[in-house]
Design a protein around this ligand. Structure first.
Ligand code: C5P
Length: 263
């Protein structure tokens, strides 16, 4: 990994997510790019209705396995072509050559962000393949569904927290654009990766919202205070009676916490 390669990828972070002002202030547009709404719905029709409801409020959507394999990849292309940011949550992992070819093809779709598992060789192959594109590569450290026993069963010697930090370090060294981690880990991860990488956290619940199957949830404000730069939110917005109002309330909470951190 060369130094210039790293610079280009870090530039990918800024391209994917509008940047803060020099005084740490953030335009409404920049703030909007930091809220990523998960399109966790079964059909493209459902996804389009979410996007319509959030038009002008949300500028970034995450498409994962469920929607991707039900027509969502075509929708991802269309959204990207219309200027909307798309986070493709494909959690890639394969031999270097296959990862590299996959990343090259995904970069051509025009999406802004792509996840892969934080294995050093796969990350290095992906970074090299994405070098000439603005695609921001995000490393999934340890899935939040894995506890210590699950890791032992899978053959690892590390507890989840130690492995998260080790992989965050490896992602930084590989030139990745950011890290996906539980909000509870965001502070420790931010200390490892420094200020320039995106720290993207799911498991967000505004006060009073149902946690669903998420075990450790934090509020939008607490995630920002902990060092998260971007929040992934699905059910609290997609499942809300008034999706637009739900997204606006979360954005307002994020903006207040960002201002508070600045002052
Ligand atoms: O509905 P909810 O806001 O809990 O959705 C969170 C989104 O983030 C889902 O798309 C989920 O797959 C994703 N995610 C997660 N935990 C991780 C990684 C991704 O909840 N560790």
């Amino acid at each position: 990994m060369t130094g210039s390669g790293q610079t280009e990828l870090r530039r990918g972070v800024d391209g994917a997510f509008a940047k803060m002002g020099g005084d740490g202030s953030m335009s409404p547009e920049a703030m909007r790019s930091r809220l990523i709404v998960g399109l966790d719905v079964p059909t493209v029709r459902d996804a389009e209705s979410v996007v319509r409801a959030l038009d002008g409020v949300v500028g970034c959507y995450k498409i994962g396995y469920q929607l991707a394999f039900a027509g969502g990849l075509e929708m991802a292309r269309d959204l990207a072509a219309s200027g909307t940011r798309v986070f493709l949550d494909m959690k890639l992992l394969d031999i270097d050559n296959t990862v590299a070819k996959g990343v090259e093809a995904i970069a051509k779709m025009g999406v802004s962000m792509l996840t892969l598992h934080a294995y050093p060789k796969a990350m290095r192959a992906a970074v090299a393949a994405a070098r000439s594109s603005p695609l921001c590569l995000l490393a999934v450290t340890v899935l939040t569904s894995m506890d210590e026993q699950d890791l032992v069963e899978a053959g690892y010697e590390y507890d989840p927290h130690t492995l998260v930090l080790r992989r965050a370090e490896q992602a930084l060294a590989a030139g990745m654009g950011g890290i996906v981690c539980a909000a509870a880990e965001a502070g420790a991860v931010r200390r490892v990766v420094g200020p320039d990488l995106a720290v993207v956290t799911p498991g967000i619940r505004p006060k009073g919202a149902d946690a669903g199957d998420q075990k450790r949830v934090v509020t939008p404000a607490d995630a920002i205070r902990a060092g998260a730069s971007h929040l992934v939110v699905a059910r609290p917005i997609v499942g809300a009676r008034d999706r637009r109002a739900a997204a606006e309330a979360i954005l307002a909470e994020m903006a207040a916490a960002t201002d508070e951190a600045r002052n």
